[in-house]
Design a protein around this ligand. Sequence first.
Ligand code: HEM
Length: 405
Amino acid sequence: MAYGTNDRIESAPVTDWVNDWDWLDDGWGENAIDIWNNVREQCPVGSTERYGRAFMPVTMQAVRDIANNTEDFSSIWVAVGRPDAPRSPAPPITSDPPDHHGHRRLILPAFNPKAIAELEQEMRDYCRKLIKDLDGMDVADAAVQYTQHIPVHGICIITGLPEEDADLFRMWIYKNFQLAPKDNAVRLEVMTEMTQYISAILKDRLENPKDDLLTLVANAEIDGKEVDWNIKVGYIRLQIVAGIDTTWSAIGSGLWHFAQHNDEVQRLIAVPNEDPLWQTANEEVLRYYAPVTMARKVVNDVEIAGCPMHAGDQTLVTFPAANHDPEAFEDAHIFKLDRQDNRHVAFGLGIHRCAGSNLARLEMLVGFQEWLRAFPNYSLDTSKKTTWANGQVRGPREIPVLLNR
Ligand code: HEM
């Protein structure tokens, strides 16, 4: 099938989030938490016809029921977008049982707790270098000059991808999440560019092996059988699209929050980095500002929270909305630095639970500790605007701040 530039959906602004939601609406990025809370007061599952029929569960129970049901909900479509969109595999996230297990087992060792813990000093030094680059400045952009760089550094160390291509990765991420769900031509363009780029690097690793994930993937076998080339490319595609703007969004949301809550900053910097308060704060940022909303294709007729869904429909798995369900969390609407019982689902649940959660947690913790200790009185620069990414990975992309040294 040929995809032209006229393959783009043009959409009117949303006025009814219950029956006509759109995660690429201009209002989503900044206001998603209020949107989910309002929808939840009316019903547990919103719907839209903007991408064919697609649903938006907003309660913990509905989200759990979907994420744990791999029989009726398939991961072959993990973003709500045009049903006729060109798609490419990025396992394990785009795979279902029984294939999923082998793909996940293959990449998981790179993210084991010991391997990640060993990165702490390196990530800390890197954050300090970014902060040093702000020497002499009174104002900064905490997203552009800080948060967007941290996860690229982490993912390049883990995979072996070249860090000098960071701008390229961020451009693909932007196009993939912000433009492609409505525009088949953009999706095809990003898919093609990423495939060519990753193929070339994997081929190079076959000839020049190194001690990195790229080399492991280039030679990947499952149960003694060589993995298909397009699947190998997909493993690396996933590292780029799952490992960068996710954590960048989480660190950015936290810094945006703390810029407006100096009392919390003072509580944190008064205790050593090993104090449990830093851990509970990290988890509360994940709960309150969870950046990642996934999706599934409905493959059998099924009912969720009384809402009938039919084979061929799409549904969000709105993990961030579940994190604000008052049935699941006491004072769900309050950000509590020392929240003790915090079983949030920011990293998903069930068989697809985030493989990179150890890395993400480390990057967030170190990113917060270094920034808050360097700029204990920083605040939002209210003369400029914080901008937010919409859709699958929600978070601030520009955070103008006064450093108030
Ligand atoms: C704060 C940052 C992050 C958040 C909130 C997050 C969130 C998620 C969520 C919600 C899922 C579940 C997907 C589903 O149910 O369909 C997931 C899966 C995944 N994440 Fe993350 N993620 C983060 C960072 C990372 C990082 C740094 C990596 C490293 C590359 C990563 C790699 C993955 C992979 C490979 C999967 C697929 C696991 C599977 O399908 O078995 N994520 N993530």
